[in-house]
Design a protein around this ligand. Structure first.
Ligand code: LLP
Length: 434
């Protein structure tokens, strides 16, 4: 899948130029645009499965469960694909649980994260019989305890530890620092453990962490894993039963541009180092991870059509038919996505114009890329692909400006199918009462 064995995913691992046309696996994107229209999210099946297989191979020898972070891409077909390949799911809402159930994900492979689970969502997940609630505060634990007692059940719980480690990523997606809203402090966890007999509806089974997303170095994870081990040692004498599992949170970063994210096999090695046979743990632990972007990021592109070129002195505005409502990452985080013409000949153009690639939404932040060189001959009707859009693309889309959200297409080999229809105007007003 990549230029060297056992590496990270890169934007063009699963999309390549075939006979001069950018293709998802073996399907030219021009064919998808003709059949389905634009803007459309296009995913490669192999894009999801190859990194999953790599993680499964890297964790071989451990009792492990890879729970896909549903928030990164929650299409039912994607969830089913990954579940059929052995993945579990990491959820953050009752809506995501509903999706996972519809996709046929076995409940014993589901974990429920998030700082604000409602009593209704707790009951829904208890009813379903999920593997674990990753609890983030003492008040949340108290509510879960009450809900479980009322239902005559015990809730399986991992306490989410905030290890106070700087993940060195974008501040909006950094979660493991004391100043972040996530997780419990060491002292709180020790206090809960000591008073566990007071929680009849809770079965404490594990510790979880998640320090941030798009991690470009293993160092913060190394530190966080050490801190988890120390905490688990401190907990041992306090707990009536040994802990059964540790949930190590989201995956590592991917390449959008020329970043050098950790290689998946090195990430797995780090897990082995801390929790595998060599770590000589007193009790063997099941290992959970919750990768989102690692599995979905480079499996998708946003296919869009150029509408207008607005010529300006030093640079042009290239207006495309996708907007910030379809893909909000550049506007929200200033994130960088590679944008390429679907016809390869335009990549090699002799005449490049510095361009801002912008959408139709009435906000200046509706800009996918600034000051990019783009072929001057690109005109109305040409197709462009916004690469690395499989994670936090469609799942963060909205109907802002009353724009129908894009279709989603899944490619496998030489065939493709629409896994989400383009929204219609009727979809846009569903449930409204004039
Ligand atoms: N587990 C938990 C508890 C999380 O909060 C997250 C992501 C993940 C797992 C998955 O992390 P990943 O493997 O994808 O790095 N919208 C942002 C990313 C937000 C991440 C939120 N939490 C973006 O577009 O970059």
């Amino acid at each position: 899948m990549c230029e060297e064995q056992g590496t990270m995913t890169t934007p063009l691992d699963f999309f390549s130029y075939r006979s001069g046309i950018l293709s998802a696996e073996e399907v030219p994107l021009t064919r998808i645009a003709d059949d389905v229209g634009t803007p459309t999210y296009v995913y490669s099946t192999e894009g999801f499965l190859a990194p999953l297989r790599e993680l499964q191979a890297g964790l071989a020898g451990l009792d492990s469960l890879i729970c896909f972070a549903v928030k990164s891409n929650s299409n039912l077909a994607v969830l089913k694909l990954l579940s059929d390949a052995g993945a579990g799911m990491d959820l953050v809402s009752g809506g995501e649980l509903f999706r996972a159930q519809r996709a046929g994900v076995p409940s014993h492979r589901i974990v429920f994260s998030g700082v604000g689970k409602s009593p209704g969502e707790m009951a829904q997940a208890l009813e379903a019989g999920i593997f674990s609630f990753n609890v983030e505060s003492v008040p949340e634990l108290e509510v879960l305890n009450e809900v479980a007692i009322k239902m005559g059940l015990r809730a399986p719980v991992a306490l989410r530890f905030n290890p106070d480690v700087d993940a060195k990523t974008h501040p909006y997606i950094s979660t493991g620092l004391k100043k972040n809203k996530f997780g419990l402090e060491r002292k709180e966890i020790l206090a809960v453990a000591a008073g566990l007999h007071g929680y009849e509806g809770i079965e404490l089974r594990g510790i979880s962490i998640h320090i941030g997303s798009q991690l470009l170095s293993l160092k913060p994870l190394d530190d966080a894993f050490s801190r988890v081990r120390t905490l688990m040692k401190e907990l041992e004498p306090v707990l009536p039963e040994p802990l059964q599992f540790v949930d190590l949170g989201g995956g590592v970063g991917i390449r959008y541009d020329d970043e050098k994210p950790p290689r998946l096999k090195d990430y797995c090695k780090l897990i082995h180092k801390h929790f595998g046979a060599r770590a000589r743990l007193k009790h063997p632990l099941k290992i959970l991870i919750e990768p989102g972007r690692t599995l979905s990021g480079n499996s998708g592109v946003l296919l869009t059509e150029m509408m207008y070129r607005k010529k300006r002195g030093k640079k042009d505005f290239v207006v495309v038919d996708a907007g910030m409502n379809d893909l909000i990452r550049p506007a929200l985080y200033g994130s960088w996505h590679s944008i390429v013409p679907v016809e390869e000949r335009h990549r090699k153009s002799r005449q490049m114009r510095t361009s801002d690639i912008v959408g139709p939404v009435c906000e200046s932040s509706d800009c996918f890329a600034s000051d990019r060189p783009l072929a001057a001959e690109l005109e109305t009707g040409e197709l462009l692909a916004v690469l690395s859009s499989g994670a936090y693309g469609f799942s963060m889309s909205s109907n802002y400006n009353t724009r129908a959200r894009p279709a989603e297409v899944l490619v496998q080999g030489a065939s493709f199918r629409v896994i989400r229809e383009r929204e219609t105007y009727e979809d846009l007003i569903r449930g409204e009462n004039p």
